[in-house]
Design a protein around this ligand. Structure first.
Ligand code: DAS
Length: 351
């Protein structure tokens, strides 16, 4: 086959000019496990994951390390902290690094991605990549997703985006992305606010930026704590028992996210449970279970004159437009730094 036709075939119709070894941006992969590594007979190692994308040579010089090799649901909050510290350290240690890729399972990807978005305090991008099919399945899309991730991490225009999730040729902001389907490849999207960009054959195309605080502008220092306060999520549903609030409080929760119906509705006995929690000094935050829409906060404490209202309001928070899973992570980080109600509510306005 003539060389040009061969090149067109390999690049999907676009001839990319190869970069010399010195010109290639440096991208580091931190592998944590997930379906992208879950080959029958033994999980792929970090080095084997690099081996999935020989075409990455055209865009970046890759290095890799193994952080863990497990399903995403098995990762602990202690590992979240350790991983965020590791990525911060990688950036601090190497000013020539263009970006970091974290490979992981998709099931809890929106949670770890948002945690990194809030705690990796560097303008360079963290790109979270996974796969819906494993390496032993026909149509394994891990290599395509990883190559997309490399191209985003190597793109100078990715500076300042924070942590993003890349699958299926789409770039979603960690703050907005949700997993919407248990099986399908197009599972990740950012609902009504849309993707940040797409990865086309010729270039990475950016459409928008998130305006909320994150990464280099974040005030959450992951080196300042070794663990995070317990925050649980309770779902509102018809007849939901309020004593689950008591159970969470008695088990040591410092915060409870209520995934409320619509704009904030909870069951009758949940109201009693909520009162038990605030009486014990546990913060109760209302989020919506609908998947979209905003829960506005009640006014600042100084606007309350009634003592009973003031006491209840002191421990009552609103998640704004954060989904319950992400509101939980932000409240955990918030509670690690303050127990002042207005300061906690500010985090939800700004992040
Ligand atoms: N095994 C699941 C996980 O680790 C699913 C996946 O990776 O897609 O989250």
């Amino acid at each position: 086959m003539p060389l040009l036709l061969l090149l067109l075939g390999l690049t999907g119709g676009v001839v990319a000019t190869p970069l010399t070894a010195q010109e290639r941006p440096r991208v580091h992969i931190v592998a944590t496990g997930g379906t992208i590594s879950n080959r029958d007979g033994g999980r792929l190692t970090a080095d084997e994951i690099v081996g999935l994308v020989p075409a990455a040579d055209r865009y970046a010089a890759l290095t890799a390390e193994q952080f863990s090799n497990t399903a995403s649901g098995a990762l602990t909050i202690a590992q979240y902290i350790a991983l965020a510290r590791r990525v911060n350290t990688l950036f601090r240690a190497d000013s020539t690094l263009s970006g970091v890729i974290v490979t992981m399972g998709t099931d809890t990807m929106e949670e770890l991605a948002y945690f990194l978005h809030l705690t990796v305090r560097d303008p360079r991008p963290v790109v979270v990549v996974g796969a819906m099919r494993n390496p032993s399945q026909v149509g394994f899309e891990g290599p395509a997703n990883l190559l997309g991730g490399v191209r985003v991490a190597a793109d100078p225009a990715a500076r300042g985006v924070g942590t993003v999730v890349v699958l299926n040729d789409e770039i979603n902001a960690a703050r907005d992305v949700v997993k919407t389907d248990a099986r399908r490849l197009h599972t990740f999207n950012s609902r009504e606010v849309g993707v940040l960009g797409v990865i086309d054959t010729d270039r990475v195309v950016w459409y928008r930026r998130t305006v909320q605080r994150h990464s280099a502008r974040s005030e959450f220092d992951v080196f300042a704590f070794d663990s995070l306060p317990r925050v649980d999520i309770l779902l509102a549903y018809q007849g939901a028992p309020g004593d689950l609030f008591n159970a969470a409080v008695d088990a040591g929760a410092k915060g409870i996210i209520v995934a409320a119906a619509g704009g904030g509705a909870i069951s009758g006995t949940q109201s009693l449970g909520q009162r038990y929690a605030v009486d014990q000094g546990v913060f109760v935050m209302t989020a919506t279970r609908t998947g979209a829409g905003r829960i506005p906060p009640s006014g600042p404490l100084r606007d309350s004159t009634n003592t009973e209202t003031l006491r209840r309001r002191t421990f009552t928070l609103a998640a704004e437009d954060l989904e319950p899973l992400k509101a939980r992570l932000l409240l955990m980080l918030g509670l690690a730094t303050t127990t002042d109600r207005d300061a906690l509510q500010r985090f939800f306005r700004e992040y």
